[in-house]
Design a protein around this ligand. Structure first.
Ligand code: AMP
Length: 282
């Protein structure tokens, strides 16, 4: 695996590789890697001849300064995991390398409805930050294929929209969420959970299953209210439990029995915010 820290060097190297005619796959991350990230690397290796991964904790997508400060960092272990996973190139830029003109007066992206709901509503500015860093990364890497996790369901949709806005030829391939055997969705933020909190955190996926299992026999508002109560009883402070059209993310209060549905949850255990989702239909 080659580690590149400079954007210009990355571009130069990838141009040489492109001349070889290889399909390129890209996996952007913020590090503190786990099996979820590695599943994306494995997916890229299946479809692409060259796999690029980036590790960059992007300051502009954190709406909470403490969350940014406390974001886990395990770089040495990340490098070992990526090498073992068969990554070809690791891009490891500094903030200056990613934002050469500084962190103010950054581009604004027209995300429309997508930015007004769920994560967009509860984390103002978050998706602008995601787009700012992804625009720069996609412009540098110009991958044929982009691998991202359905764990961040709304983020996949936002990045799809960004690719449209950019007129990019890159194809986004969403990958299924990797979970612990307990059902807990793997997440870098799980590293901050205490042993007790880890046990409590499982309730999110339990509640998602509960919603799925009762979809046919209980109206959505009652299901969501019961889900919130279960999460609160397990010690969570709930941001949202929502059901939405799985294709458009329009929130759904009354299900017609046909619309593809996804349930999405965001909730805090202490100061650690966890998100998860589950497709309910099909
Ligand atoms: P992050 O480092 O949290 O920014 O995540 C980098 C990529 O890994 C994103 O596309 C995430 O959606 C994806 N990812 C994070 N957790 C998981 C998981 N448990 N299963 C699959 N993909 C994941």
């Amino acid at each position: 695996m080659i580690i590149i820290k400079q954007a210009a060097r990355l571009q130069e190297y990838l141009q040489q590789q492109a001349a070889r005619g290889l399909v390129s796959g890209f996996v952007p991350t913020m590090g503190a890697l786990h099996q979820g990230h590695l599943s994306l690397i494995a997916e890229s290796r299946k479809h692409a001849g060259i796999t690029v991964c980036s590790i960059f904790v992007n300051p502009t997508q954190f709406n909470d300064a403490k969350d940014f400060e406390k974001y886990p960092k395990t770089l040495e272990q990340d490098i070992l995991l990526l090498e073992k996973g068969g990554t070809d190139i690791l891009f490891l830029p500094s903030v200056d390398e990613m934002y050469p003109d500084g962190l103010t007066n950054l581009e604004h992206y027209e995300l429309g409805y997508l930015e007004t709901i769920l994560e967009g509503k509860f984390r103002p500015g978050h998706f602008q930050g995601v787009c700012q860093v992804m625009y720069r990364l996609l412009t540098l890497v110009k991958p044929d294929l982009l691998f991202m996790g359905q764990k961040d369901y709304q983020q996949c949709m936002v990045v799809k929209r960004l690719l449209q806005l950019m007129g990019s030829k890159t194809k986004l391939i969403p990958s299924r969420t990797v979970r612990e055997s307990s059902g807990l969705a793997m997440s870098s933020r799980n590293m901050r959970l205490s042993a007790d909190q880890r046990g409590e955190a499982v309730e999110i996926s339990t509640v998602l299953h509960f919603i799925k299992e009762n979809l046919q026999n209980t109206p959505l508002p009652a299901l969501k209210a019961a889900a919130v109560e279960k999460l609160q009883q397990a010690g969570f402070k709930v941001d949202y439990v929502e059901t939405a059209n799985a294709d458009t993310l329009e929130l759904v209060e009354e299900w017609d029995g046909k619309t593809p549905l996804v349930a999405l949850i965001a909730a805090f255990l202490g100061d650690i915010r966890l998100i998860d989702n589950m497709i309910l239909t099909g």
